[in-house]
Structure formats: structure tokens, C-alpha cells
Ligand binder design. Structure first.
Ligand code: T1G
Length: 709
């Protein structure tokens, strides 16, 4: 296997890790066996008095245990046996009897951090690629190689739970401030500093770790304080997960048990809980989403031989409004490119630049970037009312008013001012790209880049392509979207694209239920119980009722009766109720906080609060309106695969990740059952629920969207 090579110099052994043939270092069975033998040699070698563990794989310290291994587990017993081996390795390292320095550059995650925590001292590089954390709960499992024991004892229970329960990946600087790592260095001197520390440790020096803040002492160091911490953590987890994700609560239990009964008892609890979670459905689904989103990072976005993407070093954004300025800010922050913002008058440009700078400044406030980095990034932003600078852009994105004439005017201008090989993108959410492109001389370089608001937080980007879009343009837009930190799906040009296409019937159905007398609370609570982060009525307020109304009109025009929007939406917008942004919608808002349902809306939409809809049907009507449309859209080839459709739904509208996405969920329900439910709903509530042809075919042939469960 030879994942490790060792050199001993002046009684310090430098152990290099580089797993052959793998893009990252991960703890496989082979690595465990090899390190086991190596630790025995190092322990007995009198010439070795200290050890440095360092990776020579670019930007990867250790990315954790091998996820492929625990995906293959078929029973709790197997899972328990596997995790016990991981624990034994980490404990051997901790009890080696000779000091070990972890020299960390790149991803140090999961079992990788648990290995580092078992070392005597941790030096990390201050580099964007150095990410440190215990992300296991993101995979539906828990840190089970001592992470739930060693991290709380190193940085305190409160801080450790903050890291573990959300599966955070910390930037190196943050990890240093929290005390996870002892020293932060420039990558160029990591090797030398680690070696020098090892030599000092060999001579008997030991680090005196800085004490945690007063709050840490008050809360961490006494049972009563810890009870407060545990209760607060549990409440936060339940608020965030709605109880659908067992892993964070299990991690809390493993931490608490170990603090109370000691490290060994704690690791026993880790192993037992890991074994149960690792073979559970939630973990299976979350790991599928991990692999799907990882595969998407490498997907060029076109079938067959993909041309190389054109590097984007200069971005032009037309429209310095809310979306345009956010797109510009994220492009500067994530991709570090020059951004030229253009609008029709200087006050608009000034407002756009100010809004973009505000997003950059928020990163300084949250200590994600330094003031120095802010100044460097801020200089990449410029703006004006002319076309100066657009003559050298590699990509131009328009984010102007959702009106075809306005967009045509911008497209004509871009066609004249940008280089011939510049990709021209529209951030439209409703207008077909083919229509937008019809005024451009070379429509093969036109596509859609549909960002979701707020751009700095929403992970999904839809790249919308027409039959005329050239592959080089598609791969360039997809690659740049990934440089902006987005998960990118390439979607065929049709009304609503993918996300709005499947969202519209869901939101329309919520409106119908309202008009039939079902309360806002009953509707929203039904869907948060199903696993959505917020219910459909809250989502309408967040999207903006005017935006939702415009999108629903486009879809109604395109798809007819099954996409009929709720009648009350127009009355709501006429009453200037636009949702959160106007501080009045279906909910009331005070100081930016949602403050409960505005009962006045029932009168506005002329609803009688006397619902006769059985509670079970509320969920079925809402869920199946989305599932049916998703199956129909996949059948039309709106997305390139069920995988893209599921990732788009999970990352775009918060479809419950533990259900895997609408198409995974349909596989779980089974096409025959789904058709039967839709037929019942159609009989009871109307033709819009008639099962789409794809589901009928799948039911007849017992087919699935995915080959295996
Ligand atoms: N196991 C198996 N494969 C992994 C892996 C892992 N831990 N991490 C990455 N890969 C593969 C990935 O599938 C892809 O494969 C390739 O590496 C490059 O990944 C006991 C039990 C490390 C930040 O959750 O977050 O430890 O597609 O494209 O963008 O408590 O990968 O090329 O064939 O994402 O530079 C906990 C998961 C495991 C970390 C790198 N660890 N990985 O991102 O590259 S559970 C994690 C990541 C555990 C212990 C428990 C990221 C990355 P392919 P990539 P990247």
C-alpha cells in the first residue's frame, strides 16, 4: 500500500502520508493496517523521540474515514466492528508514549481531525484550502473515533457542540481562535515549524493551552452549567432539523455521556450510536447527496466530449440592483475576478456598489476575511453608466427588470460591446432564454444563469441552455458558477426551468388550500413536519408575492389549467402585500422578524376559515403536486438526470435532504403507489392531480428513476 514514508533525522521521525491513486487522503482499511505497523515500529525505535505527521498530497491532510467503506456496511455489527478499529488506531496514537505533531494543510475532516486530536500538538496553515472540522452529521452519522470526547476536552463543551452538531468545516484561522489547532503558519514554513516543535516536545517541553473565556469556564466546568449548554444545544438542533435528522442528537448524547462517564465510556457510546446511524436510511440518503453533489463538481454540463471552459477573469454585470450587486459581490468574494457593474444612472450604480461592498464587509464582520483581504477584493469592483470595460469581459450577466423589452435592449447593447467570444447570460427566472436570445447576432453564446436569492447564501445555480447554446458557452458558465461556490445544474430552456417548474404547482396548491379555508398555520406546519425548512406560505412571503405572481402567470400561460395560480394572489399584491420585503404579506413583520399570520389576509383572499380538507390530504395534495410535476419535467428532459433534479430540489427549494429529493422519494414510494395516490387525489380534488404519463409508464413496468435503492 505504501501510503506512508518515514524519515528520521535528529531523533524526529517525519511521517509523510500520501494515499496512492486517490485525490484525497482517507482512512481506509489498508491505511489503518499500515499505520498500525508503523506505530509499533516508531514506539519501539529508540532513535525516535518525537514524530511529525504530514501529508504530501496537495491540499489534503486527511479527509476522514473512507465514506465508501461505511456505505458498504450491511449491519450494525459490521458498522460497530469498523468504527472500533478506527477508535483503536486513534487511541494507539494518543497513547504512543512519544509526542506527535500533526502538520495540517488542506482538508482535515472527520476521522482526519480525530487523528490530529490524538496528537500532542497541531500546527495548521493559514490557507483557504485548510478546512478543519467534524462534518459527520452532514452524512447522517457522528464523529466516532474519539471526536466527541477529545474536542470538548480541548476547546470546551459549548464550542465543541457548536462544531460537531452542525458538522461545520472551520477555516484555519477560526480553528486556531477556538483552540482546535495550537499554531497557525504560512504553508511555506509548515514543515520546518512542525519539525522544530517536535524537537522541543522531544526535549520535554509541553504546550500550555490558553484557557477558554469566562463563559466557557462558567458553562463548561460545572454540571449545572453543562446542563444549560446541553439543553440549549438540543433546542437548537430540534429547531434546525425538526427532529428528522437523528445524528446531531446522537452526537450530543455521545458528548454528554463521555463528559459524565469518561473518555472510554464515551467512545463506547460513540461506537454504539455510529453503528445504528450508519446503516439507517437517513445516512444512506445524505451520503447519496454527498456523492451526487461531488460528482456534479466534475460534471462539465454537456454530454460527451466537453470543450475546455473559457477562463473568466473579467465579469460584466448589467443591472446594479439587488440581484446584480449580489452576483457581483459573490463573484469577487469566491472567484476573485474583476467585476464591472453597469446601470442606467449613477445613483443606481452607487447603490449597487454600496450593496456589494456591504456583502464583502459582512464577511469581515464574521471574520471570514481580513480587512486587508476586503480592501484587495473591494478594488475588483467598479461600476458606471457606460459600456467602458465591457470590451474585455469574458462573461456578461444581465440582471435587469423581468421585462422582455428591457432585456432585449440590454442584449442588443451587449452584443455590440462585448468580445465575440464572451458568454452572454441572463439571470431571468421566468422568461425563456430563446426569446431573450432572439436579438443577439450569435445566439449560440447566450444562456441563462439563474441565481437564487439571497445569492450569497443559496447554493444552487441553474444554467439554462437552448438548442442553440454552444457547448463552450455552457461549460464556461457551469465552470464559473462552480468558481462562485455554487452547485450547478444545467437545465433545458422551458418555462420555469427546473426549480420554479416544480415549485409552482406546490405553491398554487397551497393557495387553493387557503381559499378552501385551510389556515396558513395548518398548511405551513404540515410541510415543515414533512421536512421542508419553511412551509409554502412562508416561502411565498420570502420569494415576494409579486415575483411569485409573475412566475405563476408565465407557467399558467405555458402549461394551462394544472398551473392555475391562486386567485387571491392578485388581490394580495393589489393590497401592496408583497411579503417580507414589504413587511406585509401572509405574515406580519416587525423589525425584520416574522411575527405570526396576518389574519386580515383571509378576508383579502375571500377565504372561509372552515376547512373540510382532511389533514392527511393537505400534505398529500402539496407533496404530490410537486412530485407529479417533477416526474413530468424529468420525462421532458428538463434536467439531464434524476440526480440533477434531486440536487436542484434539495439545494434550490430545501426539499428534505433525508428523503433524497423528489425523484428518490418517488422511488421509495414506488410508482404504482404514487399513481394510486394521484388518482385518488384527482377524483377528490380535480384533474390537475392526474398522474403524469411517466409515472403511469413506470407503474406499469415497475420502473425506478434510479437503478438501485
Ligand atoms: N471518503 C471517500 N471519498 C472521499 C472522501 C471521504 N472521506 N472525501 C472526499 N472523497 C472523494 C470525493 O468523493 C471525490 O471522489 C474526491 O475525493 C474529491 O473530492 C470515524 C466515520 C475533502 C473538502 O465528510 O468534504 O470520518 O468524485 O471533489 O472539492 O468519525 O471531498 O473524485 O471520485 O469533494 O477538493 C468525514 C467529505 C467522513 C469529508 C475535498 N469526512 N469530503 O473537497 O474535492 S466520515 C467528510 C469533503 C468519518 C469518523 C467518520 C470534500 C473535501 P471522486 P471533492 P474537493
Amino acid at each position: 500500500m505504501n501510503a506512508f514514508t518515514t524519515q528520521v533525522k535528529d531523533y524526529v521521525a517525519r511521517v509523510e502520508l500520501n494515499l496512492p491513486g486517490e485525490p484525497v487522503n482517507k482512512i481506509t482499511r489498508g491505511v489503518r493496517d499500515e499505520i498500525d505497523g508503523l506505530l509499533s515500529e516508531l514506539a519501539s525505535d529508540a532513535a525516535v523521540r518525537a514524530i511529525v505527521l504530514i501529508s504530501t498530497k496537495p491540499d489534503s491532510f486527511i479527509a476522514g474515514a473512507d465514506i465508501d467503506e461505511f456505505v458498504a456496511l450491511r449491519s450494525r455489527e459490521e458498522a460497530h466492528e469498523l468504527v472500533r478499529k478506527g477508535q483503536a488506531l486513534v487511541n494507539r496514537l494518543a497513547q504512543l508514549g512519544k509526542p506527535v505533531v500533526a502538520a495540517i494543510h488542506g482538508a482535515c475532516l472527520g476521522g482526519g481531525l480525530e487523528v490530529a486530536l490524538a496528537c500532542t500538538y497541531r500546527v495548521a496553515t493559514d490557507h483557504p484550502k485548510t478546512r478543519i472540522g467534524l462534518p459527520e452529521v452532514q452524512l447522517g452519522i457522528i464523529p466516532a473515533a474519539g471526536g466527541c470526547q477529545r474536542l470538548p476536552r480541548l476547546i470546551g463543551v459549548r464550542n465543541a457542540l457548536h462544531v460537531i452538531l452542525a458538522g461545520r468545516q472551520l477555516a484555519a484561522r477560526r480553528a486556531f481562535r477556538m483552540g482546535v489547532v495550537d499554531e497557525l503558519v504560512h504553508p511555506a514554513i509548515l514543515d520546518q515549524v512542525a519539525w522544530e516543535v517536535a524537537a522541543r516536545l522531544a526535549d520535554g517541553w509541553r504546550p500550555k493551552r490558553r484557557r477558554r473565556g469566562v463563559a466557557g469556564l462558567a458553562l463548561d466546568r460545572n454540571p449545572l452549567g453543562r446542563r444549560v449548554v446541553y439543553a440549549g444545544a438540543r433546542k437548537q438542533v430540534l429547531k434546525r432539523t425538526g427532529g428528522h435528522y437523528p445524528a446531531p442528537l446522537a452526537a450530543l448524547k455521545a458528548v454528554r455521556h463521555g463528559i459524565r462517564y469518561g473518555v472510554e465510556a464515551g467512545m463506547d457510546m460513540e461506537a454504539a450510536l455510529f453503528a445504528e446511524l450508519a446503516v439507517g436510511d437517513v445516512s444512506r440518503r445524505l451520503v447519496q447527496i454527498f456523492f451526487a453533489s461531488t460528482a456534479l463538481k466534475k460534471d462539465p454540463g454537456v454530454e460527451g466530449e466537453a470543450p475546455p471552459p473559457k477562463p473568466v477573469r473579467n465579469l460584466g454585470v448589467v443591472g446594479a440592483g439587488f440581484m446584480g450587486s449580489s452576483i457581483g459581490a459573490v463573484a469577487v468574494l469566491q472567484a476573485g475576478v474583476d467585476v464591472r457593474l453597469r446601470d442606467t444612472d449613477l445613483p443606481s450604480v452607487a447603490r449597487g456598489l454600496k450593496a456589494a461592498r456591504k456583502i464583502l464587509a459582512s464577511r469581515v464582520k464574521r471574520r471570514r476575511i481580513t480587512k486587508h483581504q476586503y480592501l484587495r477584493l473591494e478594488r475588483l469592483l467598479s461600476g458606471g453608466t457606460g459600456w467602458e470595460g465591457f470590451g474585455r469581459v469574458d462573461l456578461a450577466i444581465e440582471a435587469v427588470f423581468e421585462d422582455l423589452d428591457v432585456k432585449h435592449e440590454v442584449m442588443r447593447a451587449l452584443d455590440r460591446h462585448v468580445p465575440d467570444d464572451c458568454v452572454i447570460a441572463s439571470n431571468t427566472s421566468t422568461i425563456p432564454i430563446e426569446r431573450i436570445a432572439e436579438v443577439v447576432g450569435q445566439p449560440n453564446r447566450v444562456l441563462g444563469m439563474h441565481f437564487f436569492s439571497p445569492v450569497e447564501r443559496m447554493p444552487l445555480l441553474e444554467v439554462i441552455v437552448t438548442d442553440q447554446t454552444a457547448s463552450w458557452a455552457t461549460v464556461t458558465a457551469a465552470a464559473f458558477g462552480r468558481e462562485m461556490g455554487k452547485t450547478v445544474i444545467v437545465v433545458r430552456d422551458c418555462p420555469g426551468f427546473w426549480v420554479n417548474r416544480i415549485l409552482a404547482p406546490y405553491l398554487n396548491e397551497a393557495g387553493r388550500l387557503l381559499e378552501e379555508g385551510v389556515t396558513v398555520d395548518a398548511i405551513d406546519k404540515t410541510m415543515t413536519k414533512y421536512g421542508f425548512p419553511v412551509g409554502p406560505i412562508t416561502l411565498l412571503d420570502e420569494i415576494g408575492l409579486d415575483v411569485a405572481q409573475k412566475a405563476s402567470e408565465v407557467l399558467y400561460e405555458a402549461f394551462g389549467e394544472r398551473m392555475r395560480p391562486m386567485a387571491g394572489l392578485a388581490r394580495m399584491t393589489e393590497d401592496r402585500r408583497l411579503g417580507r420585503k414589504s413587511r406585509r404579506g401572509f405574515y406580519r413583520y416587525e423589525q425584520g422578524e416574522r411575527r405570526g399570520v396576518d389574519e386580515a389576509v383571509y378576508e383579502i383572499i375571500e377565504a372561509e376559515i372552515a376547512s373540510h380538507v382532511p389533514r392527511g390530504d393537505i400534505g398529500r395534495r402539496l407533496t404530490y403536486s410537486m412530485l407529479n410535476e417533477a416526474a413530468r419535467a424529468v420525462d421532458e428532459g428538463v434536467v439531464r438526470s434524476p440526480r440533477d433534479g434531486d440536487i436542484g430540489a434539495v439545494f434550490g427549494i430545501g426539499f428534505p435532504a433525508f428523503r433524497g429529493g423528489p425523484l428518490r422519494y418517488l422511488d421509495d414510494v414506488g410508482a404504482a403507489q404514487a399513481v394510486e395516490t394521484l388518482e385518488q387525489l384527482a377524483e377528490e380534488y380535480g384533474e390537475r392531480f392526474a398522474p403524469c404519463p411517466r409515472l403511469q409508464r413506470m407503474a406499469a413496468g415497475a420502473e425506478r428513476f434510479y437503478p438501485s435503492a
